[in-house]
Design a protein around this ligand. Structure first.
Ligand code: ADP
Ligand code: MG
Length: 250
C-alpha cells in the first residue's frame, strides 16, 4: 500500500526547476533510498513533503490526505518526521532536553517527555550522553540526536536527509544498522537521502534517482545501479567531488 504519493510535484525557484514533475510512491514498511548528485533536488522534495515549501504544482498525499498547503507542524502531526541536512541541535541544552522539547510539542507533560526521551536516546545509542551538553556531541552523534528528536514526534514515516554526510567513516555502519532497526523494530517506513551509492544500496529496498530535478530511475537497487542515466549522472558528479573536497568551497 502506498503511504505517500507524489504526483507530478514541481518546484520552481525563479528560472530554476528544482523539481520537475516528480512522481513516485512510498510503500508502507519499505526503506526507500533517494539519490542524486548535489543540486538534484532531493532536499527540496523533503521541504515540500513536510510543508516548508509549497509546491509550484503537483499533488502530495499521505494516506489519502493532501499535504499541500499544510504547515510543517500539521504534516508532522499527521505522522511524518524528518531530519535536516544541516543539523541544528539546541546547543545550550543537554542531549535529553533536546529530545524532550520535540516530545513536548504534542504532549506538554514533562515527566512523560523525559521518560519517552530516554527511550528514544536508547534507540539511537545515546543513552549514556543524555545529561551531556549537546555542544559536546560529535557530528555523527548530533545526527543520531536529530533522529531521536524526529522519533520523539512519533512518526510513521521518517525522512532522513544525508545522515551519513560529514560523519566519521568508521561510524557509518552503526548509522546504517540504526536505520534498519528503525524499520525492523520500530515499524517505521523510511525515505533516506544519501549521496553515497554503496551506502544506499546496502540498506534500501528500492531506490529513486533524481537528476536535475527529474526522476531518472525508480526500482530495485541492483537495477538502478546499472541504469545508464544513473551511471552518467554519477560519473559527471564524480568529476566535481575532488574539487569540492579539497578546494575552498568547503
Ligand atoms: P540536493 O538536496 O539534491 O543537493 P536541493 O534540493 O538542495 O538539492 O537543491 C536543488 C536546486 O534548487 C539547487 O540548484 C539549489 O540551489 C536550488 N534551491 C534549493 N533551495 C532553494 C531556495 N530556497 N531558493 C532558490 N534556490 C534553491
Ligand atoms: Mg540536499
Amino acid at each position: 500500500m502506498a503511504l505517500l504519493t507524489l504526483d507530478r510535484v514541481t518546484k520552481r525557484f525563479g528560472g530554476l526547476l528544482a523539481n520537475n514533475s516528480v512522481s513516485f510512491e512510498v510503500i508502507e514498511g519499505e526503506i526507500l533510498g533517494l539519490i542524486g548528485p548535489n543540486g538534484a533536488g532531493k532536499s527540496t522534495l523533503f521541504e515540500q513533503i513536510t510543508g516548508f515549501y509549497p509546491p509550484t504544482s503537483g499533488r502530495i498525499e499521505f494516506e489519502g490526505h493532501s499535504l499541500v498547503g499544510l504547515r510543517p507542524d500539521q504534516v508532522n502531526r499527521l505522522g511524518i518526521g524528518r531530519t535536516f541536512q544541516k543539523v541544528k541541535p539546541f546547543l545550550g541544552m543537554t542531549v535529553i532536553e533536546n529530545v524532550m522539547v520535540a516530545a513536548m510539542q504534542y504532549d506538554p507533560d514533562p515527566v512523560k517527555a523525559r521518560r519517552d526521551a530516554r527511550g528514544f536516546l536508547e534507540i539511537v545509542d545515546l543513552a549514556d550522553k543524555g545529561d551531556a551538553g549537546a555542544r559536546a556531541l560529535s557530528i555523527g552523534e548530533r545526527k543520531r540526536l536529530e533522529m531521536a528528536r524526529a522519533m520523539a514526534t512519533k512518526p510513521r514515516l521518517l525522512l532522513l536527509d544525508e545522515v551519513t554526510g560529514g560523519v566519521d567513516q568508521r561510524t557509518i555502519p552503526t548509522l546504517l544498522q540504526l536505520i534498519s532497526r528503525l524499520r525492523n523494530e520500530q515499524g517505521l517506513t523510511l525515505v533516506v537521502i544519501e549521496h553515497n551509492m554503496r551506502v544506499i544500496m546496502s540498506i534500501s529496498d528500492r531506490i529513486v534517482a533524481l537528476h536535475l530535478g527529474e526522476v531518472i530511475a525508480d526500482g530495485r537497487p541492483a537495477d538502478v545501479v546499472k541504469s545508464p542515466r544513473v551511471i552518467e549522472a554519477y560519473l559527471g558528479d564524480s568529476f566535481v567531488v575532488p574539487a569540492t573536497e579539497s578546494g575552498p568551497r568547503r
